[in-house]
Design a protein around this ligand. Structure first.
Ligand code: NAD
Length: 274
């Protein structure tokens, strides 16, 4: 169910399912989306400093009837704030906007290899973790070579790597490396930002289970052991996306979905992002 969690390598329980709020407008739009999600039983919310909506996320949390400890809140340090002191300052700014006393998960948003600062940035995350400001720390958009480099140069291993992941981009290499190191993979743009709703194989599978294509894809995430955070601002879709705990895709259908892979991105290649 919506409460089900994966145990991160430090013992922290992270929900398998949550709401993403990329491109959701600060103010009423984000407040209403997060409230609709919490009312529908969502426990996990994924934002980022660069999304510009941390205040609204915080407001929705404060106004909800669910105790803070039952929620799992993620935010991310933006590229321009990478570096040790700048990351510590960016964290405080995010926390002020969110109005939270502690965070559940803090991520390095992109490796930005051209800046060559992610190892320094990681030291700041380790400090925040050791100081008890954040329950878990991780990375986002780390490809295998970025992750290997970090693993060779860290004290605390990342608990999560959040990457673009959907049936057109199944990320087998990074998924395997994460598994070997006890790092939980998390999917961003799990619905490929809407780009898969006409796909014939998915249509056929959705019909067979009496589910929507969105539900089939999100169920596939869970069965591949990947945390998923679909975005929607529409209450009935927010509910629909969470209704994925009452069916199971067969091994055959899982394979059919995975074989839609074309290593196709909708977002930037992390080596080229700066
Ligand atoms: P997504 O794949 O979740 O797709 C969202 C879009 O799909 C919505 O705009 C909506 O139009 C449509 N949609 C959602 N549910 C639907 C349904 N049931 N039926 C029909 N259409 C539906 O896209 P996303 O927002 O890019 O990704 C999800 C989250 O991942 C983001 O909100 C953000 O939190 C995170 N993210 C992280 C990064 C990163 O660099 N770490 C990058 C992009 C996104």
């Amino acid at each position: 169910n919506l409460q089900s969690t994966t145990t991160l390598h430090n013992g922290v329980e992270m929900p398998w399912f949550g709401l993403g709020v990329f491109k959701v407008k600060e103010g009423t739009e984000v407040v209403n989306s997060v409230k609709a999600a919490i009312e529908a039983g969502y426990k996990s919310i994924d934002t980022a400093a660069i999304y510009g909506n941390e205040e609204g996320v915080g407001k929705a949390i404060a106004e909800s009837n669910v105790p803070r400890e039952e929620l799992f809140i993620t935010t991310k340090v933006w590229n321009s704030a990478q570096g040790y002191d700048t990351t510590l300052a960016a964290f405080e700014e995010s926390m002020k906007k969110l109005g939270l006393e502690y965070l559940d998960l803090y991520l390095i948003h992109w490796p930005v290899p051209q800046q060559n600062k992610y190892k320094e940035t990681w030291k700041a995350l380790e400090k925040l973790y050791k100081d008890g400001r954040v329950r878990a720390i991780g990375v986002s958009n780390f490809k295998e070579h970025h992750l290997k480099d970090l693993l060779d140069n860290c004290e605390v291993k990342p608990m999560v790597n959040q990457v673009e992941y959907h049936p057109r981009l199944t990320q087998t290499g990074i998924h395997k490396l994460c598994k070997q190191n006890g790092i939980q993979l998390e999917a961003w743009s799990p619905l490929m930002q809407g780009g898969l709703f006409e796909e014939p194989t998915l249509k056929e599978i959705a019909q067979k289970y009496g589910k929507s294509i969105a539900q089939v894809i999100l169920r596939w995430d869970l069965q591949t052991e990947v945390v998923t955070i679909p975005k929607s601002i529409t209450p009935h879709r927010i509910q629909e996306n969470a209704d994925i705990f009452d069916f199971e895709l067969s091994a055959d259908d899982m394979e059919k979905i995975s074989s839609l892979n074309q290593n196709q991105r909708v977002g930037s290649d992390p080596d080229e992002m700066n």
